[in-house]
Design a protein around this ligand. Structure first.
Ligand code: 13P
Length: 337
């Protein structure tokens, strides 16, 4: 794709009313999700589940892009149609997770660095041939009393920037995901301080590496209290702090920001997105790229049983529709019923 085409794809992934389905769980992660519904993770059960999601009737109404994992980009429906083609046909742009996971950062206890740059140029070429139009790389930032350090943040920012530059060279739109984890009992203010430092390092690195900001999507965490915080900030406080932090660090050339859900419940993630979109006009689209917050109730409704595929699809489409409404601030918790 040319630079202009990449810009169009970036905008289409997060067009008004739409967001991204993160269905790129690695094999160990999807095994954990399946264990919660007492289902064994096999190549076939993973294929059946991804088929449920990707063929949900009307998926393209509120889902603009779907992130796949290496295995699923090579899989097909019962009729033998590759998933990437089915998604395109249903109006959803297919993408691919290309990082190889977060590993301990030598010399910095508690911090991680995301691996996967070696050989990435060749893998991107193959993924483009398989139909991927965008990619995802996730850096993971842990909050602790003395972490993250500047060295940890800069290392992860460097990885994200090199990945993004390689993607654009291959004609693939990069989703740049620096995730500050919700794990811990930290306050919203501490999350804001860390998210600020992380975003600053990331955009410095993207600039140095000549990444075209118009042809990428940022996937950040919301600014939110730690999962175990005694006194958690209200949804309104989360929305205000999130938008303030992004305004300070994300250039308006970036077309869109698609939040990860990061362990928020389905309803929390939707409510936060809606409140965020009710605030003053932002210079970017504010959308979603949820994994768990789009899939939790779908997995429960399906339970791994063929007779429950339609129920699983309905549960997934309900989340997609409500998050689609949250894209313009029109979601109300009462709509859950
Ligand atoms: P969650 O929305 O479950 O955090 O997953 C999004 C994602 O893609 C994490 O990399």
């Amino acid at each position: 794709m040319t630079a202009h085409e990449m810009e169009e794809v970036a905008r289409a992934m997060i067009a008004l009313g739409k967001g991204i389905l993160a269905a790129d769980e690695s094999s160990p992660t999807i095994a954990k999700r399946f264990a919660a519904i007492n289902l064994e993770s096999t190549e076939e059960s993973r294929r059946a589940y991804r088929q449920l999601l990707f063929t949900a009737p009307g998926i393209g109404d509120h889902i603009g892009g779907a992130i796949l994992y290496d295995e699923s980009l090579r899989q097909a429906t019962d009729d033998g149609e590759p998933f990437a083609e089915v998604l395109e046909k249903n109006g959803v742009i297919p993408g691919i997770k290309v990082d190889k996971g977060a590993k301990p950062l030598a010399g910095f206890p508690g911090e991680t660095v995301t691996e996967g740059l070696d050989g990435l140029r060749g893998r991107l070429e193959e993924y483009a041939d398989l139909g991927a139009k965008f990619a995802k790389w996730r850096a993971v930032i842990h909050i602790g009393p003395d972490i993250p350090t500047p060295a940890g943040n800069n290392t992860n920012a460097h990885g994200l920037a090199r990945y993004a530059a390689l993607c654009q060279e291959a004609g693939i739109v990069p989703i740049v995901e620096p995730e500050v984890l919700m794990d811990g009992d930290h306050s919203l203010q501490r999350c804001e301080q860390v998210t600020s430092a992380v975003l600053q390092a990331v955009f410095d690195a993207l600039f140095e590496h000549r990444v075209r900001l118009e042809a990428m999507v940022l996937k950040p965490n919301m600014v939110i209290s730690g999962m175990d915080a005694a006194d958690r900030a209200s949804p309104e406080e989360v929305a205000a702090a999130t938008v303030q932090c992004l305004r300070r660090h994300v250039p308006p050339a970036v077309p869109g920001i698609a939040f990860l859900s990061g362990g928020q419940s389905e309803t929390e993630a939707t409510q936060h997105l809606s409140l965020i979109n009710r605030l003053d006009d932002a210079p970017w689209q504010l959308s979603f790229s949820y994994g768990r917050a789009l899939q939790q109730s779908a997995l429960q409704a399906w339970g791994g049983k063929a007779e429950n595929v339609a129920a699983g699809q309905q549960a997934f489409l309900k989340r997609a529709r409500l998050n689609g409404l949250a894209r313009s601030g029109d979601y109300e918790p009462s709509m859950e019923d």
